[in-house]
Design a protein. Sequence first.
Length: 119
Amino acid sequence: MNALAPTSSWTAVCHIEDIPKLGSRVVHHSGCEPIAVFRASDDHVFAVIDRCPHKGGPLSAGLVHGHNVTCPLHGWNINLEDGQALAPDQGCAHKLEVRIHAGQVLLALPESASPTRQG
């Protein structure tokens, strides 16, 4: 399910090498909150709205471990595969679909989106 809009298109937002392993990059575009794009140590790439479901902390500033990220504010662990908080916490970060093509990271964004990148 696309959390941004019912109509979307695949948009290149960066190259996979622009995202450090076990790190993140923030992408901004009109009509949506900032998006955190994460790269795991196994090169899987995930994207969620950059807001923890607990208190709204920036997940992009969290620690990536496996396919999870720990929110820097209160330590909630979010599964990047589905956006779900890990027990005992409850909540869900809005996940976006990601594809990699020729090293480019593509996100399913609303067709009207015009992404800009930020470190």
